[in-house]
Ligand binder design. Structure first.
Ligand code: LMR
Length: 394
């Protein structure tokens, strides 16, 4: 029977990971998959994570199942981290999921269950896996303008105009902070305008927040999500702990559904638990438990926040170094956007051919759409990348 299976389109980011691995050149530079790396190229286990794991190893005396929603303490801690007191806790349903991707998948399924014909508005561009999952679930999608190829900032007026075409019963997928793949983000005044459109149209926002703490700070990066969640009657939020806790392979995420009252919340909670049961039953616990321990312990939390700030500062430093080097080489400010972008990624804004040229000639691996993982750089590789960009005529 399995001969009927068809080849699936390869995931561009994962394919690039493999190409990089297979490249024997010692000078190769990996700016592909969204994983934080320090100056030595390592993705370290964060200090607070190590400490919490140690404590857990000493104290955990059972690995019996948690609940379908995961440990409620994880939900509480993450709801506080993401939403603070923007919405009454009683109105928020929350389930642990296998990573942020798991939360995205469950969110789309929730939408499909509630509204089989719902259209999902997505930014052009968005994280390719959003599109892939929507396709897989056979859900209709509408692209809204987002990236301005000229300024490499947000095409705000295009975005607003396109979002105005959404209707009640549609869903608008937004990146809470650190837009992936572009690095271009709305300011808070622009977010308010997006909220006004959501209220006007009645479309339901779905926020994917996978990089809280990587942009302007933990609180600052959650501000837009809090604004949206406190301004509309219903909203869905997919949060990831992969990057800000550096626990990628532990698959730790949370799906939140914000509703108007405790009664709606119960229905959401039961439905989300049902969806977990159908798809994987109990969500993974190890990462969630580590996150809970860190968030609920003053000393661990302080240490985690300090290290996260270092990570954020490093990325900002790399951004300004790269922008500075490009300014020096090009004699122009046209790469200034790299210092304005936030998060791990920046879309350089060049052609697939030039991306390929930089890969073959200079061993620089960026995603075909010219997304670069800024965290993949260091003081030595910045001049190499800058020169390659100029040589390629970007
Ligand atoms: C990325 O965009 O590189 C990350 O979110 C990793 C992934 O799963 O694609």
């Amino acid at each position: 029977m399995f001969e009927t299976l068809k080849e699936r389109p390869a995931d561009g980011i994962l394919t690039l990971m493999q190409l990089y691995k297979d490249d024997p050149r010692p000078t190769k530079i990996d700016l592909g998959v969204g994983v934080y790396k320090d100056a030595t190229g390592l993705t370290p286990v964060m200090r607070a994570v190590k400490a919490a794991e140690h404590q857990l190893w000493e104290t955990q005396d059972s690995k019996v199942y948690t609940g379908l929603a995961g440990d409620p303490a994880f939900g509480d801690a993450m709801v506080r981290l993401v939403l603070a007191d923007a919405v009454a806790r009683d109105n928020i349903a929350a389930v642990a999921t296998p990573g942020g991707t798991g939360a995205v998948r469950q969110a789309f399924e929730l939408v499909r269950m509630a509204r089989p014909g719902a259209r999902v508005f997505v930014s052009d561009p968005t994280w390719p896996n959003h599109l892939s999952i929507l396709n897989y679930l056979e859900m209709e999608r509408v692209d809204y303008r987002y990236f301005d190829e000229e300024s490499r900032g947000v095409d705000f007026y295009g975005m607003i105009a396109d979002l105005k075409t959404a209707k009640a019963g549609d869903v608008v997928l937004l990146h809470g902070c650190c837009h992936n793949p572009t690095g271009a983000n709305l300011n808070m005044t622009e977010w308010q305008a997006v909220v006004d459109v959501l209220v006007e149209t009645g479309a339901v926002p779905m926020i994917d927040i996978a990089y809280q703490g990587f942009g302007d700070g933990l609180e600052e990066d959650a501000a837009a999500t809090r604004l949206v969640a406190s301004s509309v009657p219903e909203c869905i939020i997919a949060a990831s702990c992969s990057k800000n806790f550096g626990i990628y392979r532990e698959r730790t995420g949370l799906l939140m559904a914000v509703s108007q009252n405790a009664e709606a919340r119960k229905l959401h909670q039961d439905t989300l638990a049902f969806l977990n049961r159908q798809n994987f039953s109990f969500p993974p616990d190890h990462g969630a438990r580590i996150v809970t321990m860190i968030l609920n312990d003053e000393a661990l939390r302080a240490d985690w926040m300090a290290e996260l700030e270092e990570v954020r500062g490093n990325m900002l430093g790399l951004r300004s170094q790269l922008a500075g080097e490009l300014q020096r080489l090009s004699g122009s400010d046209r790469f200034g956007f790299l210092a304005q972008h936030r998060g791990m990624f920046s879309r350089l804004g060049t052609t697939k051919d030039k991306v390929e040229q930089m890969r073959s000639e200079n061993g620089i691996y960026m995603v075909a759409d010219s997304r670069m993982n800024i965290a993949g750089l260091n003081a030595e590789t910045i001049p190499v990348l800058a020169k390659a960009i100029i040589d390629a005529g970007v």
